[in-house]
Write a protein that binds this ligand. Structure first.
Ligand code: APR
Ligand code: ZN
Ligand code: ZN
Length: 374
C-alpha cells in the first residue's frame, strides 16, 4: 500500500477541551507496534455517549482527544504478533475489547473485559497519534472520527468481505448495545410486555431486539414526539410522551399493563429515568435494564427503597452483553442475512469534515444516527 511502516498524516475530528466544537485537524498516526493494528476508517457513527461526554468536565484530563467509537474500515497494516486480522481485511472497531485472557474473558458469560481501562492508558501513553506536537487520546481507546487510527488487536474484529461498510458501523456500538440489552441482558421472553424509555438509535435498537425476541407489546416512551413514527416502524405497539399524562408515567404504565411491564429499558441517558423505569416494572418479576452511560460518572441515582420491597430486578448492560470479538462479526453476518434492518436507524450521512454538523443534529433531536464518510 506504500504507507506501511511510515507515519500517516491525515484528518481527524479533535476535541481540545470540553464543550468546544470539534476541530478538524491534521494528525500523525504512527505505524502499529506489537499487537496493534492500523486501520483506514471508512465509516463512523456518532453516538449519544460521544455527545454526552464532550460536555463533561471529566473529559478535560484526556484532551486533546479524537472522539467517536463506532467505526468500520480496512486494515492498512498490522504490528508484530497480530494473528486475527491482516492487511486488506474489512474490520469493525470494538469499543469494548475482548482480550481472551482476563478473568472476564475466561470465566464469565458477560463481556466486561478488564482490558478496557488499560487499553485507554496504554495507547495514549505510547503516543501513537499526535497533533501539533501534542499527544492525542482516543475516545474509549478507539477514537474513530478520523481517516486512520491505531488500536489494539483486541479492539478490532474481522467481518465478511462482502459487507457494505457504510451502514454496519453502527453495529459497533448503538445497534449492538440496544439489541443485545433486549436479547442477552434482559432475555426478553415471547409474549412479554416491554417498555423502552428513550427512542434514540440505542432505544430503537432495543425495540428491534424486543420484537425479535417475540415481545407481544412494546411501549415506546420519549419526550420528543418526532421519534414516535420511527419507533412504530421498528416495532413499537404504543407510543407515549410522559408530559401529556395527568399522572406520573410509572402509574400510567402500571394501570395500563395490569401491574407493570415484564421488562423496562432506560435508554435516555438520564439518572432520573432509572427510578421511573424501575417503578414501571411489574412488582413481582419485572426486570429493568440500564443501558450505557448515564451522564457523568459522579451522578447518583435516587431510588426509593420501597421499589425493592418487591421481586423486581435492576441490572446494567454494556454493549448489549456481547462478547465482542467473537459475537459482533456474527451480528454483521446476521445483518447481511437480513435478520434485521439498519436503515431506519441511519437518518443522516455526512462527511468527516462535517462532524460538528453531525453533533448539532444529534443535539437538536432531529437525528437518530449520523454516519460520517471520509
Ligand atoms: N424521558 C423520555 N425520553 C427522554 C428523556 C426523558 N426524561 N430525556 C431524553 N429522552 C430521549 C431523547 O428525546 C432522545 O430521543 O432519549 C433519547 C436519547 O437518544 P440519543 O440522545 O439519540 O442517544 P442514543 O445514542 O440512543 O443513546 C442513548 O444510552 O449509551 C447511552 O450515553 C448513551 O445517553 C445515551 C443513551
Ligand atoms: Zn478480557
Ligand atoms: Zn456508543
Amino acid at each position: 500500500m506504500g504507507t506501511q511502516g511510515k507515519v500517516i498524516r491525515c484528518k481527524a475530528a479533535i476535541l481540545w477541551k470540553p464543550r468546544a466544537p470539534l476541530a478538524i485537524e491534521e494528525i500523525e498516526v504512527a505505524p502499529p507496534k506489537a499487537k496493534e493494528v492500523r486501520i483506514k476508517i471508512v465509516a463512523t457513527g456518532i453516538c449519544g455517549t460521544d455527545i454526552n461526554s464532550m460536555d463533561t468536565e471529566q473529559l478535560s484530563q484526556l484532551c486533546p482527544i479524537i472522539m467517536g467509537h463506532e467505526g468500520v474500515g480496512i486494515v492498512e497494516s498490522v504490528g508484530e504478533e497480530v494473528s486475527t486480522v491482516r492487511t486488506g481485511d474489512k474490520v469493525i472497531v470494538l469499543c469494548l475489547p475482548q482480550c481472551g485472557e482476563c478473568n472476564t474473558c475466561l470465566n464469565s458469560k458477560n463481556n466486561i473485559c478488564t482490558e478496557i481501562r488499560l487499553s485507554w492508558k496504554h495507547l495514549a501513553a505510547e503516543g501513537r497519534i499526535t497533533c501539533k506536537g501534542k499527544l492525542v487520546h482516543q475516545y474509549i481507546a478507539t477514537g474513530t472520527l478520523c481517516e486512520y487510527t491505531v488500536i489494539k488487536e483486541i479492539s478490532v474484529a474481522k467481518i465478511d468481505e462482502g459487507t457494505p461498510l457504510e451502514k454496519v458501523c453502527i453495529i459497533g456500538c448503538g445497534f449492538a448495545t440496544g439489541y443485545g440489552a433486549a436479547i442477552n441482558s434482559a432475555k426478553v421472553t415471547p409474549g412479554s410486555t416491554c417498555v423502552v424509555f428513550g427512542l434514540g438509535g440505542v432505544g430503537l435498537s432495543v425495540i428491534i431486539g424486543c420484537k425479535a425476541a417475540g415481545a407481544a407489546r412494546i411501549i415506546a416512551v420519549d419526550i420528543n414526539k418526532d421519534k414516535f413514527a420511527k419507533a412504530r416502524t421498528v416495532g413499537a405497539t404504543f407510543c407515549v410522551d410522559p408530559r401529556d399524562l395527568e399522572k406520573p408515567i410509572e402509574e400510567f404504565l402500571i394501570d395500563m399493563l395490569n401491574g407493570g411491564a415484564d421488562f423496562c429499558f432506560e435508554v435516555t441517558g438520564n439518572t432520573e429515568t432509572v427510578a421511573t423505569a424501575l417503578g414501571s416494572c411489574h412488582k413481582d418479576h419485572g426486570v429493568c435494564v440500564i443501558i450505557g452511560s448515564i451522564g457523568s460518572c459522579s451522578n447518583k441515582i435516587n431510588i426509593s427503597s420501597h421499589l425493592f420491597f418487591s421481586g423486581r430486578t435492576l441490572k446494567a448492560s454494556v454493549l448489549g452483553g456481547w462478547r465482542t470479538k467473537e459475537e459482533i462479526p456474527k451480528l454483521v453476518s446476521d445483518y447481511m442475512a437480513k435478520k434485521f434492518n439498519l436503515d431506519p436507524l441511519i437518518s443522516h450521512t455526512l462527511t468527516l469534515s462535517e462532524a460538528n454538523e453531525a453533533v448539532q443534529l444529534m443535539k437538536s433531536g432531529q437525528c437518530i444516527r449520523c454516519v460520517l464518510l471520509p
